[in-house]
Structures are given as structure tokens and as C-alpha cells.
Ligand binder design. Structure first.
Ligand SMILES: C[S@@+](CC[C@H](N)C(=O)[O-])C[C@H]1O[C@@H](n2cnc3c(N)ncnc32)[C@H](O)[C@@H]1O
Length: 320
């Protein structure tokens, strides 16, 4: 059958699924009244939602008992993936809602997130500890396989002191320190993440091998480290900001340090993530050539690339 443009553009079903995920409906079965009581929602409105989820094949309705239960498809709402990505009260799900302002982004080139929520993504989540925690948790969830891979597949042992610039709550640096006992390092990130990183390092018992610094990568970075790591940072920013971040790293790394950029590279079919990065941050995925061109403008010379995890490439740069 021909694809229907109207079905593709339907917002009712995706929003109904996201609201179900946010309410935790995948964890329960019962009548609409019972489910409404358990979730603090309006029974009449919840019935309308559940009936549409039945139409969509996400819930099944038993007329005899008047009870709704998740189908096999609906059971996916119980997975960590669904909870992290679809809950509209968490940072990721909330950011996706800004797609309703995509026209503004396409018209002006500016992030829809700011238009919708009145401040940029980072300022918004930093003002709300609950959002910040959910973002850090999402970053950990998305890197649960990759962080150990990146730690093991790259020769970090060459760098006695590493600064993980925008290193979040320290997941990647902790994995690197575990895999390379002679390395020590610090995370530089905005205050809430730096606090979380310090707590992670203390809990892991790294002692003085690991520390966390609250600050911005648009300000001067702690100088003199052997390597400055930018993991999934540049794709959050447009070219002007990306250049400023690379220039900060270059300045701190000079004269002999290394800058290691770890990024998901732009691929032909990755158009949805590209559109999300533009809509949310004004950022985008880039090719190796694009990243090397940006780095060259900041006085950084390429020293090689390596596939370091499923979906991530490390680009190494020397101070030119
Ligand atoms: C996509 S996350 C990547 C986190 C981590 N590098 C990783 O790969 O898991 C981007 C990080 O950049 C941080 N960030 C955003 N703006 C920043 C700024 N001006 N200075 C320092 N860190 C910043 C965020 O707090 C967040 O931890």
C-alpha cells in the first residue's frame, strides 16, 4: 500500500505514547478508573488516551472486566530505553517536544528549544536539578556500552594527565582511569555535572587520581595537561562555538599537548539526529573533513583517526 503522508505526520499517536511513558502506564493493568487513580489523572481523559492506545495496538481492552493492559508492543514502555527517551518530564523527552517549533528553526536557523522554553538547553537544565540529573542519567545510559569501549580501544596510557572537557558526570574518565592505572585526570563541566563527577570519583575510590572542576569551556581551561578530550561536545554547537571550544583546548594544550575529539560522524542516513541537533542546540554532526577543517582554523593539526566504539570515532590533533 502507498505510504500515507497524513499517517506519517500524525501527532496524536506519538504524543499518546509519550504521555503513557511519562505516566508509567506500561507498568500497570486495570480499569480506566483504577489507572487514573494510580496516576493522578482525569478518568474521562485517561479513557480517551487508553482507547487511542488500543487503536494503535499499544494497549488491549477486555470488555468483560473493563480492564486495559499493555500488549507486547506496549510492554516496551517498561524498558529503560522508553523511560529515558520518551518521558516528557526528563531532559531528552522534553527537548523532543521543541520539534513543534521546528518552523522557527528552519526560518531563522536558531534552536527551537530556546524559543519554546525561553532559554537555551544547557541554561534550562542547569536551572532545574531534576532535569540535569535526568540528562546526566541519559548520557550514562547512551554510553553504557561505549564508555568502556572508548577506554579500552584507545591508547590513553600515552597521556599521564587528561582533562575531559565537558566530561559530564565523569563516566568516561572513570572508565579510562580504571583501564589505565597510570593515568590521572579531571573533568571540566558546568557546576551540577562537576559536582556529580566528584561524587562518582569519590565513590570509585580514585583518590587524587581524579578531580572535577566547575567551569565553562568558553573560558580558559586548566593548562598543561597531556590530553584534552571533547567527547560528544562539538556536535552540540554551531561552527562559531565549536571553533571557540577547540581554541580553548588548543590554548590550554600548547605547546605539546594533544586534543582528542570523539564524535558520532555524520552519515548519509543520520538525518533525524542531525535535525534534532539543529532544532535543540543549533548543532550538527560533522564529517572527518569538516572536523579537521574546524580544527585547522584553531591551530590544530590532524594526527589520525580511530574507530573507538560502536558509532564513535576519535580524531587526534596536535598543536600546530
Ligand atoms: C552531550 S554531553 C557529553 C558529556 C560527556 N562528554 C559524554 O560524552 O558523556 C555535553 C556536555 O557538555 C557540557 N557543557 C555544556 N555547556 C558547557 C560549557 N559552557 N562548559 C562546560 N561544559 C558544558 C554539558 O553539561 C554536558 O555534560
Amino acid at each position: 500500500m502507498d505510504q500515507s503522508i497524513l499517517a506519517m505526520a500524525d501527532l496524536a499517536t506519538p504524543m499518546a505514547i509519550r504521555v503513557a511513558a511519562t505516566l508509567g502506564l506500561g507498568d500497570h493493568a486495570g480499569t480506566a478508573a483504577e489507572l487514573a487513580s494510580g496516576t493522578g489523572t482525569s478518568p474521562a481523559a485517561l479513557t480517551c488516551l487508553l482507547d487511542h492506545l488500543v487503536t494503535a495496538g499499544v494497549f488491549a481492552f477486555d470488555a468483560e472486566s473493563g480492564s486495559y493492559r499493555p500488549t507486547d508492543l506496549g510492554a516496551q514502555l517498561r524498558t529503560e530505553d522508553a523511560k529515558v527517551l520518551l518521558d516528557i518530564n526528563r531532559a531528552g523527552g522534553r527537548a523532543e517536544l521543541a520539534f513543534t517549533d521546528l518552523l522557527g528553526t528552519i526560518t531563522t536557523g536558531e534552536p527551537a528549544y530556546e524559543r519554546r522554553y525561553g532559554r537555551g538547553f544547557w541554561a534550562d537544565i542547569d536551572a532545574e536539578p531534576r532535569l540535569r540529573r535526568s540528562f546526566d542519567a541519559q548520557m550514562g545510559w547512551r554510553f553504557r556500552v561505549q564508555a568502556p569501549q572508548i577506554a579500552e580501544r584507545f591508547e590513553w596510557g600515552r597521556f599521564p594527565r587528561i582533562v575531559d572537557v565537558g566530561g559530564g558526570d565523569g563516566l568516561l574518565l572513570a572508565e579510562i582511569l580504571r583501564a589505565h592505572p597510570a593515568v590521572r585526570g579531571e573533568v571540566l563541566d558546568l557546576a551540577p555535572s562537576a559536582t556529580a563527577a566528584a561524587a562518582r570519583f569519590a565513590a570509585a575510590g580514585f583518590g587524587d587520581r581524579a578531580s572535577a572542576v566547575a567551569g565553562s569551556f568558553f573560558d580558559p581551561l586548566p593548562p598543561g595537561a597531556d590530553a584534552y578530550v571533547l567527547s560528544d561536545i562539538l556536535h552540540d554547537w554551531d561552527d562559531d562555538h565549536a571553533r571557540r571550544i577547540l581554541a580553548s583546548c588548543r590554548e590550554a594544550a600548547a605547546p605539546a599537548g594533544t586534543v582528542v575529539v570523539i564524535e558520532p560522524l555524520r552519515q548519509g542516513a543520520g538525518t533525524a539526529i542531525d535535525l534534532f541537533m539543529l532544532m535543540c542546540f543549533g548543532g550538527r554532526e560533522r564529517t572527518v573533513a569538516e572536523l579537521e577543517a574546524l580544527a585547522a582554523e584553531c591551530g590544530l593539526a590532524p594526527r589520525g583517526t580511530a574507530a573507538v566504539s560502536d558509532g564513535r570515532t576519535a580524531l587526534e590533533f596536535a598543536v600546530a
